[in-house]
Structure formats: C-alpha cells, structure tokens
Design a protein around this ligand. Sequence first.
Ligand code: 5GP
Length: 116
Amino acid sequence: MSDEPTVFGRIVSGEIPVEVLAETERVLAFADIAPQAPIHILIIPKETTYRDVTELAAGDPGLLAEIVSVAKDLATRLADGDYRLVFNNGAAAGQTVFHVHAHLLAGGLEEHTLGA
Ligand code: 5GP
C-alpha cells in the first residue's frame, strides 16, 4: 500500500471514531457511512497489508474466513441470519478504498436479488 493511510487505516488507528459493531483480535466491523441496504456494515482486517480481496485470499485465507464468520454473526444478531457479502475489487469495479473490506448487506434484500 502507499504510505498514505486510507480512511480505514485511520479508523483502525482510532483517528476517525466509529461505532464498533463487532470486533475480534484481527477484524473490525462498523456501519457504512452511506448505507445501500437496511443493514450495511463494513468488515475489515485491522492490518493494512491487503489492498483487495484477491490479495487477502492469496496471502491469508484464514483472515478472509474470519471476515465471513464475523459477517454471519452480525447477520444473525441484527437480521434473520441471511446476508450478502460484496467485495469490490479494483477501481473499475467500484472500489474506492484500497484497504480490503467486505460490504455486509442484510435485511430487506428481497427487492435487490442478484440474478433474479
Ligand atoms: P468501496 O467503494 O471501496 O467498495 O467501499 C468503500 C465504502 O466505504 C463506501 O461504501 C463508503 O460509503 C464507505 N466509507 C467511506 N468513507 C467512510 C468513512 O469515513 N466512514 C464509514 N463508516 N464509511 C466510509
């Protein structure tokens, strides 16, 4: 990554305060500032090593699995347990923050079903 911290790096360091919705030793979850669904949460690794999900999957698949596990726990706690995970990978796919993050979408997704 570049030396310039991303907005998520500044959240992890505490420079930008967020309401933490879930946390493990390696993962942090907080609400997206511009929600696209009734529940729209960002789940990120605390470390700044990985720019996108391709790098994360190759470099630390266990950490990627931990993000999925946190997503499931949040969807169970805050909705009916069903959820969608979105990783925008690359600028042309809509990625704007180059600190890997999962978008957890849950609650009222019936109207937004992909491929229906
Ligand atoms: P991307 O477009 O990179 O997949 O997703 C970045 C997400 O970060 C966007 O959905 C955007 O709304 C969210 N975001 C950007 N800045 C902040 C911030 O300062 N706080 C929070 N909570 N979310 C942010």
